[in-house]
Design a protein around this ligand. Structure first.
Ligand code: F6P
Length: 346
């Protein structure tokens, strides 16, 4: 029996509650652990703000989006005496092992804490699907489904008005959401950060489609982090501020594309930015199952002394990978997948 702490950090993500439920259910029923959930990510550990997690208060959350523990983007290592404060809170509460559930930023803090001697087990989370060492992160499939449904919606209005619809999706510097939703939604052009694009090529694809296929409408899916081949700042919007992990806030490239494509082609163009809708709502079944499997695997790892590790989906199995290895670099879009998408451009 041990006292285990958990937290959810970074952007929220459909599937976080299933992870929490999985950890608590197996932690109590199989191991007899006591579980504490720190609120608002690392901020909760810095402030020693936690609640006891029980079978009762983690029941009925499987199908719910968001996180019952709340979240924040708090960088312990950018906070004065951050590590000391975290270690003091954990000691005060008698926590033996900490399970941070988050993306590369949250898990980066976990890795440092583990290196500093505090036992941690990570659970990877992000709709962006850009964490190394795992084939998928939960939340990604939900985001892809939401984006695909939106693209389906844009198709009918694009066809009625014979317009070009530009749909911007999230994903930060990875094109996973754009590529998957673009393929699933039958996009005519997909723009991803991994493949800086040329505006003339984009317009040529659209002209080719409108002039030779009898279709006088198109759908362009653009990742928020896509960039122009010749450089320029189309990837970033008016948001200049950086978060505590040094990330710029993305969003708005669709509006710039709307203007540029309209000017160059003479077609009517409209932009839609899906934004946080992609992170909201209920998790699809895949993410509930993956979240549950990660939660159960994380409490097993915490109980078996597999510290400094992260749960991972490897093919169809759940395994563990060292945090050091998983966080070496972000997992960018598979070029083979993009090649498949390109077959349908123009
Ligand atoms: O990492 C998940 C994500 O949704 C990215 O796709 C996006 O760029 C970012 O978070 C948005 O962050 P915030 O919710 O802080 O605006």
């Amino acid at each position: 029996m041990a006292r285990i702490g958990l937290l959810t950090g970074g952007g929220d993500c459909p599937g976080l509650n299933p992870v929490i439920r999985g950890i608590v259910r197996k932690g109590i029923n199989t191991y007899g652990h006591e579980l504490y959930g720190f609120r608002r990510g690392w901020k909760g550990v810095l402030d020693n703000d936690a609640i006891e997690l029980t079978l009762e208060n983690t029941s009925g959350i499987l199908h719910t989006g968001g996180t019952m523990l709340y979240t924040s983007r708090t960088n312990v290592y950018k906070t004065e005496n951050g590590e000391e404060r975290v270690l003091a809170s954990l000691k005060e509460r008698g926590i033996d092992v900490l399970i941070p559930i988050g993306g590369d930023d949250t898990l980066g803090v976990a890795r440092k804490l583990n290196a500093a001697g505090f036992p941690t087990v990570g659970v990877p989370k992000t709709i962006d699907n850009d964490i190394g060492g795992t084939d998928f992160t939960f939340g990604f499939q939900t985001a892809v489904q939401i984006a695909t449904d939106a693209i389906d919606g844009l198709h009918t209005t694009a066809e009625s008005h014979q317009r070009v619809m530009v749909c911007e999706v999230m994903g930060r510097h990875a094109g996973w959401i754009a590529c998957h939703a673009g393929i699933a939604g039958g996009a005519d052009v997909i723009l991803v950060p991994e493949r800086p694009f040329d505006l003339d090529d984009v317009c040529n694809h659209l002209r080719h489609r409108h002039e030779t296929t009898g279709k006088h409408f198109s759908v362009v899916v653009v990742a928020e982090g896509a960039t122009l081949a010749e450089g320029g700042d189309m990837a970033t919007s008016e948001h200049d501020a950086l978060d505590s992990f040094g990330h710029v806030r993305l969003g708005g490239i669709a509006f710039q594309l709307e203007k540029e494509i309209a000017e160059r082609t003479g077609y009517e163009v409209r932009a839609t930015v899906l934004g946080h809708i992609q992170r909201g709502g209920t998790p699809v079944a895949f993410d509930r199952v993956l979240g549950t499997r990660f939660g159960v695997a994380a409490i097993d790892a915490a109980s078996n002394g597999d510290f400094g590790m992260m749960t991972a989906l490897q093919g169809t199995s759940i395994g563990l990978v060292p945090l050091d290895e998983a966080l070496k670099e972000p997992k960018l879009l598979d070029p083979e997948l993009f090649k498949t998408a390109e077959v349908f451009f123009g």
